[in-house]
Design a binder for this molecule. Structure first.
Ligand code: SAM
Length: 210
């Protein structure tokens, strides 16, 4: 199968497909971290018109302006105080229309991945995730509720459950503090580290859809 992995710099999903014999390519605005020759550096939208080349596309667009956890930041100082942050709304619209464009690309099998979205973005995109998953159901010691918007692909079956530690009766995985926050301290590379696809998720994608 020829598989396009959109918005992927790490190459984790590309390599999970390649090692199973698929002709998989990643595409990102930035170079591939592993310097693979199976990486297209550029805007994913320039590759999509060649949709008849691809059997499947899996994409990981940026969630900064779409995710529920960032919804409050659409307003400076809160909804009722200073009102909308117009720059951020513009960025949110751009991100949501990008998401919608890649979701509707005429490739036979499509998966677009993103964390749980706020309602403004969901309304533009016009579709809820087909399925939500947790990395801890796919062999990764991590909690991160993630949506999969699927077309032409079956929903996933959980592979390997990772037991959490219990803190005051609450489950916590390795990426979480005892209070349930993300463990990664602020740093210049924090965003990249948090966005990297978990190996177990990549293996499940390639195993179950490949
Ligand atoms: C949330 S990160 C996904 C990272 C991915 N899970 C990985 O393991 O590499 C989003 C990625 O989308 C890329 N991106 C943003 N806009 C893009 C575009 N128009 N075309 C291709 N890639 C884009 C960013 O450079 C970033 O690497």
């Amino acid at each position: 199968m020829r598989v396009l992995i959109g918005c992927e710099r790490s190459g984790v999903v590309r390599e999970a497909f390649r090692k199973r014999g698929h002709d998989a390519w990643s595409c990102d605005l930035v170079p591939a971290e592993d310097k693979s020759r199976y990486h297209i550096q550029g805007d994913l939208r320039t590759v999509l018109p060649m949709s008849n080349m691809w059997d499947m596309m899996i994409a990981f667009p940026d969630c900064t302006y779409l995710c529920n956890s960032g919804a409050l930041r659409l307003y400076t100082g809160g909804k009722k105080i200073n009102g909308p942050d117009s720059k951020r709304w513009e960025q949110m619209y751009k991100a949501a229309y990008f998401f919608k464009e890649i979701l509707n690309t005429p490739i036979p099998k499509v998966c677009v991945e993103n964390p749980i979205m706020h309602g403004y973005a969901r309304e533009i995109i016009g579709a809820r995730p087909t399925q939500t998953i947790q990395p801890y159901n796919f062999g990764a010691d991590a909690s991160k509720r993630t949506g999969l918007w699927l077309r032409g692909l079956p929903e996933w079956v959980n592979t390997a459950y990772v037991e959490p530690r219990m803190v005051d009766g609450k489950p916590r995985w390795a990426n979480q503090t005892d209070g349930g926050w993300n463990k990664l301290a602020p740093s210049p590379t924090r965003g990249i580290e948090r966005a990297r696809t978990y190996q177990g998720i990549a293996e499940a994608m390639a195993e179950q859809w490949g």
